[in-house]
Design a protein around this ligand. Sequence first.
Ligand code: W6P
Length: 426
Amino acid sequence: KELANKIAHFARFPQTGVSLRQMVEFGQNPSQGTLLRAAQFLHDELPIRLAHRVVELDSLPDNLNQMPSVLRVKRMYIDSFNELINFPKVTERIREAVREATTAQGEGRRKHLPGNHPNPSLNDSSASGNNARNSSSHWIPSIQHRSYHYEVKPTELPVEVAEYNRSFVKALEKIKRRHDPVVTTLAQGVVEYKQLLKTKTIDNHVQHFLDRFYLSRIGIRMLIGQQIELNQQQRLKDYVGVICTHTKIADVVQEAIDNARFICGDYYMLMNTPEIELHCPKHLEFMYVPSHLHHMIFELLKNSLRAVVELYGDEADSYPPIKVVVAEGNEDITIKVSDEGGGIPRSAMEQVWTYMYTTAQTPMLDPEFDKSDFKAPLAGFGYGLPLSRLYARYFGGDLKLISLEGYGTDAYLHLSRLSDNEEPLA
Ligand code: W6P
């Protein structure tokens, strides 16, 4: 139908990646004019990314793409796609006002290249000439031209600019909230699929689909989260949106250590929880999203704690400590988490990264389940590790495990310092 055509049309356009550095440079002291350009970029880019996801959901194996849970997820993507393409375009009058105000600042006029954009409402019909297609970011001069500062006095811009930004943020907030349950809903679909096929493993095709899908979700939510945060009046020191330009690694890791130990002691009702030693250059800082960093370290520590406690028993007088080493390189900051929890057999290493692998029961995925009397397992839900690796990869890092069966496990979390890596887009 018409909708299917629209989605197919948008899905033919390549997705445009943004690097951490671009997000930061774009978001430093953004004027309403800069925020408007960012809004235009998202107005263009998000429907493309969403359309890619819908097409991929459709092309899943037959009995999976018809699962009620998969259809529910698809519906969310379609609804958000529709809301975005029906969101009013920036009027030519506003655009002209922003252009004027920007130029008046003496920064040099930026050429607004004409768009041959999939969304016809976004095409600049008044412009002519360059219709180059391959650079899909060509209609975002501010991102294309690595100059991001539009020092525009608010008074120089018509009030409609701020109004437009506000209403676009509202639309983004609604979309973000709608997609909150995507991971659990899709996980439920995978459980059902597994039951249907009476299998315990997941084929590579589905595994790769889920990796792409969740990676894409991280990116979409990052971009939406940035736009929402940048539009807030209040600004935290050292923060650009959700990015902290001076993330103190030792502090974030210590926080994750404290939280993981607390959760572990609570879960196993331990008298003394395993110690976690941290070796980290005290003042080491880098540009990152603290919540992502916390999430990944917390996840690794929970796995290590579980392994150690289950190897030595919950009544042991003491446990071998878990060691966290933070290494400062030029290219990477690498965080090693070492436990003596007995390791993983080599044959099980691949399973650790699959979305099927669950050592724990999965009542949380049962909608009938009463959360109040459920004790969340410490680790081993099957999603923590693969998702953590995607968080690492999203900004050009990676996560690797080396196991010494019979002794313990080392996890290596590589985080790229260069921050020029563009988002990986499947
Ligand atoms: C284990 C299994 C595991 C997974 C991830 C991180 C650490 C560990 N330790 O025994």
